[in-house]
Design a protein around this ligand. Structure first.
Ligand SMILES: Nc1ncnc2c1ncn2[C@@H]1O[C@H](COP(=O)(O)OP(=O)(O)O)[C@@H](O)[C@H]1O
Ligand SMILES: C[C@@](O)(CCOP(=O)(O)O)CC(=O)O
Ligand SMILES: [Mg+2]
Length: 387
């Protein structure tokens, strides 16, 4: 039997980085997914290896299970229903399994993703041979939460084939987990995100697990109900960056200027709460929508100013801002910044011709533009083949 799990990426509408320091943030799932398929070999397969195929990067890795047992001898005593963090000793042992892979230099940052895979896999299934295949519709390392989507889809696939979940194997198509199972997936995914982000807030894995639009503060989520159509143009600057390094940079700045940065984080907290209040209040007519959109646009500009204060903007992001400003549109970075993706609010009454012009101008700078569905489904799984 094979299980397939999918988990969405996300956009952060307000509050990135500050959320790591306890401020409120607002995020929404997008309809672009990471998929993880997992299969254990049948007795006839005679396969004693753990395989990982990363389709987006065209890379395949494998580890003989004997080697994993050798470097991780303590495995097998784990309780999958209580997720635990990867200790320093195990981090070192996992690094020894990743170092031998000779990951191409062009894929810096991948080692942490592979380490997260090994930690989650061995924590939930020990040294059982298996094959996992990963592919994604998300750009990797661009602020749309590919790391969290990977950790959520992987945790879901691993738990679906463990004793911790009770699922209907005969169900055709995508199915959802029960609440308690979703909570378990989210907790394991958070442990994986820790390996990739260093110090994650947990917002990315939470919105990827549960979907929809959420408000998030200090590990707690509040679901946001809205009937306001929200359309964002996503521009990928194609400038590569690494979330772990950017998050660490903001923390260093916070250490140097603790009281000033605490005021910045407080301001972000207010922006996120105001943003959430506006999108949640009922809309009566077009005029009301336009007024709300103007306020949201202004809040996005204020968010961007504060993100610049934190030191996470980039020349490419400033180019997108300047370009969209010519059309009176508001833009902010999303995710960790330093390049990656940028959001531009597209008001409901904006004509299609203007949207096409903005996109053409941004694409002529070498950027990639797209519009994704916002606030959709969270993580789901499906089974295929006989057991
Ligand atoms: N589909 C994937 N295949 C391989 N690695 C992935 C995949 N998705 C995410 N990753 C891991 O996540 C890292 C990117 O995470 P991060 O820097 O947090 O950016 P983001 O989460 O915004 O995409 C990659 O360097 C890699 O380690
Ligand atoms: C910067 C941060 O707020 C979001 C990072 O998102 P991404 O990995 O850039 O998609 C970090 C976090 O909340 O863990
Ligand atoms: Mg990430």
């Amino acid at each position: 039997m094979e299980v397939r799990a999918r988990a969405p990426g996300k956009i952060i509408l307000a509050g990135e980085h500050a959320v790591v320091h306890g401020s409120t943030a607002v995020a929404a799932a997008i309809d672009l997914y990471t998929y993880v398929s997992l299969r254990f070999p049948t007795p006839d397969d005679d396969d004693d290896v753990l395989k990982l195929h990363l389709k987006d990067l065209d890379l395949e890795f494998s580890w003989p299970v004997g080697k994993i047992k050798e470097v991780l001898p303590e495995l097998g005593s784990q309780d999958t229903s209580t997720p635990s963090s990867c200790s320093l000793e195990i981090t070192k042992a996992i690094a020894s399994l990743v170092d031998v892979l000779n990951i191409p230099e062009a894929n810096t940052g991948l080692a942490s993703g592979v380490s997260a895979f090994l930690w989650l896999y061995t924590s939930i299934h020990g040294t059982k041979p298996a094959k996992a295949v990963v592919n994604s519709e998300l750009p990797l390392g661009a602020g749309l939460g590919s790391s969290a989507a990977l950790c959520v889809a992987l945790s879901a696939a691993l738990l679906a084939l463990s004793d911790s979940t009770k699922l209907d194997f005969s169900h055709q198509g995508w199915q959802m987990f029960e609440d308690s199972e979703l909570e378990l997936v989210n907790k394991w995914a958070f442990e994986g995100e820790k390996i990739i982000h260093g110090k994650p807030s947990g917002i990315d894995n939470t919105v990827s697990t549960y979907g929809n639009m959420i408000k998030f503060k200090s590990g707690e989520l509040t679901s946001i109900k809205t009937n306001m159509p929200l359309k964002m143009l996503i521009t990928n600057t194609r400038v590569g960056r690494n979330t772990k390094a950017l998050v660490a940079g903001v923390s260093e700045r916070t250490t140097r200027h603790s009281s000033t940065m605490s005021s910045v984080f407080n301001a972000v907290d207010s922006i996120s709460n105001e943003f959430a209040a506006i999108i949640q209040s009922p809309v009566s007519d077009d005029l009301a929508i336009t007024e709300k959109e103007e306020k949201l646009g202004e809040l996005m500009e204020m968010s961007q100013g504060l993100l610049q204060c934190m030191g996470v903007s980039h020349a490419s992001i400033e180019t997108v801002i300047r370009t969209t400003q010519k059309y009176k549109l508001s833009t902010k970075l999303t995710g960790a910044g330093g390049g990656g993706c940028v959001l531009t609010l597209l008001p409901t009454l904006l004509s299609g011709t203007v949207v096409d012009k903005v996109i053409a101008e941004l694409e002529s700078c070498g950027f990639q533009c797209f519009i994704a569905g916002i606030g959709g489904r969270g993580m789901e799984i499906s089974f295929s083949g006989s057991s």
